[in-house]
Design a protein around this ligand. Structure first.
Ligand SMILES: NC(=O)C1=CN([C@@H]2O[C@H](COP(=O)(O)OP(=O)(O)OC[C@H]3O[C@@H](n4cnc5c(N)ncnc54)[C@H](OP(=O)(O)O)[C@@H]3O)[C@@H](O)[C@H]2O)C=CC1
Ligand SMILES: O=C(O)CCC(=O)C(=O)O
Length: 427
């Protein structure tokens, strides 16, 4: 199927940029913690940013210049950590926001990492596999001085996957002169990837859904959900919700959306997507407006695509009792306020989608020890970490009368600021 030139967005456009949103969330935490202006500025500013022009030889012999970025937002608690995104909408400010969210996510989940994100402004569907390999290798070569298992460890994000990580690992290793599996996570299992990493983000999202349902006294069996995005995260989330007895009423991707109020047969939809490359045309559901997916009446709405899709304008039409953020930054601060007024509980991205980086950490730990865990061990440890973070955030929110987002961000910011201070006065 041809990719639409204008992506199907669920709003008329974000009311604020992801970086504005991330900075507003940080400001709330800084205010609560009463941090000084200098510390606020330090936390609001990336420690290192690299922008590279990547010359790409297309298969037809022509040359194209692609712009790539890597932003290391913070390294106070350990090496920078975070995914690499390939998308036509990548820009430096977006990468800055995503890197800042990674810092808070790693701190919240108590991982020994700072935060980073990378991106290349290309639409991967428009490139052949050989072109993507050349692009990835050249982008990696440009970044080699700032990457490394103790410096900055990329992982997959939108538009990238295990294969991308294998190319990065190989390019880095060839340059260093020996194999360095710990330079990336989210690798193929036969190259030192972890069991359970591919499904970890979705699994963690569903643990968050189940924890939040328990808090709202909602029985998962027979409850209902909608999922925006049917990629690595959205697809697994829909599948695990289905497995937990939740009826998935609607899903969308960049091409459109499908809806079945009796509940979509998610495994059948997965087979359809494997064959057709999109949810559109699935015979077990009706076509519906992708832009209206969050107005479908249901218990849980899961944004699992891009930032800024729930805005002050669209939040009043959200029908769910719960929004669980599988995507990074899907809800703007103005939308948060609208949802709070309407008693819609929002489980924030840095908590809800933390399962991916938790298992990336497990992959890094296993690689460092050259000792591999079973998938069951990985999933058990993931669940323990997610449940611990859920308990900590909900307790902090209750004790201080904060939203889950402000509680989570505040806890994370406090940990990062304290790590910075502990390292001494002249770091
Ligand atoms: N991968 C990971 O481990 C983690 C990812 N995340 C976040 O989860 C989100 C999804 O990432 P991931 O699943 O890896 O990415 P993928 O590239 O695997 O999938 C993205 C999905 O979103 C769809 N999509 C893209 N733009 C839109 C749009 N405007 N409206 C509706 N659907 C859209 C895509 O459609 P199509 O298939 O048609 O292209 C695709 O189904 C991102 O916000 C990412 O940062 C967070 C934590 C970890
Ligand atoms: O696994 C990782 O290191 C990071 C995944 C990611 O990019 C994210 O959590 O947003």
């Amino acid at each position: 199927m041809t990719r639409p030139t204008t992506p199907v967005a669920d709003t008329d456009g974000p009311a604020s940029s992801p970086l504005d949103d991330a900075k507003a969330q940080l400001a709330d935490a800084v205010e609560f913690l009463n941090l000084d202006a200098g510390t606020h500025q330090m936390l609001a500013t990336p420690r290192k940013e690299v922008t590279v022009s990547v010359p790409l030889r297309r298969d037809d012999g022509s040359m194209e210049l692609c712009l790539g970025h890597r932003v290391q937002h913070n390294i106070s608690r350990g090496p920078a950590k975070g995914g690499i995104r390939y998308s036509g909408s990548v820009n430096l400010d977006e990468v800055r926001a995503l890197a800042m969210w990674m810092t808070w996510k790693c701190a919240l989940l108590d991982l020994p990492y700072g935060g980073a994100k990378g991106g290349v402004a290309i639409t991967p569907e428009n490139y052949s596999e050989r072109e993507l390999e050349r692009l990835t290798r050249r982008y990696t070569s440009e970044l080699i001085p700032i990457l490394g298992p103790g410096k900055d460890v990329p992982a997959p994000d939108m538009g990238t996957n295990e294969q991308t990580m294998a190319w990065i690992m190989d390019t880095y290793s060839v340059s260093i002169g020996y194999t360095v599996p710990g330079v990336v996570t989210g690798k193929p299992v036969d190259l030192g990837g972890s069991q359970g990493r591919a499904a970890a983000t979705s699994r963690g999202v569903v643990y968050s859904v189940l924890n939040a349902m328990e808090a709202l006294d909602l029985d998962p069996v027979g409850s209902s959900a909608v999922v925006q995005g049917f990629g690595k995260v959205g697809r697994g989330t829909a599948r695990f919700l289905h497995d937990a007895g939740v009826k998935v009423l609607a899903v969308s991707d960049v091409h459109g959306a499908v809806r079945n109020d009796a509940g979509i047969d998610v495994p059948a939809l997965e087979s359809h997507v494997d064959a057709e490359g999109t949810v559109v045309g699935f015979p077990g559901a009706d076509p519906t407006q992708a832009g209206e997916i969050f107005s479908v009446p249901c218990d849980v709405a899961v944004p699992a695509a891009v930032e800024g899709v729930i805005t002050a304008e669209t939040a009043p039409s959200v029908q769910a009792r719960l929004v669980v953020e599988a995507a990074n930054g899907p809800t703007t601060p103005a939308a948060d306020a609208v949802l709070a007024d309407r008693d819609v509980l929002v489980v924030p991205d840095i908590l809800a989608n933390g399962g991916g980086v938790v298992v990336s950490y497990f992959e890094w730990v296993q690689g460092n020890q050259a000792y591999w865990w079973t998938e069951e061990e990985v999933n058990d440890r993931l669940r323990t970490r997610m449940n611990k973070a859920w308990a900590e955030v909900t307790t902090f929110a209750r004790d201080h009368d904060l939203s889950l987002r402000t509680a989570a961000t505040t806890m994370a910011v406090k940990r990062v600021a304290e790590a910075h201070d502990s390292r001494g006065l002249y770091p």
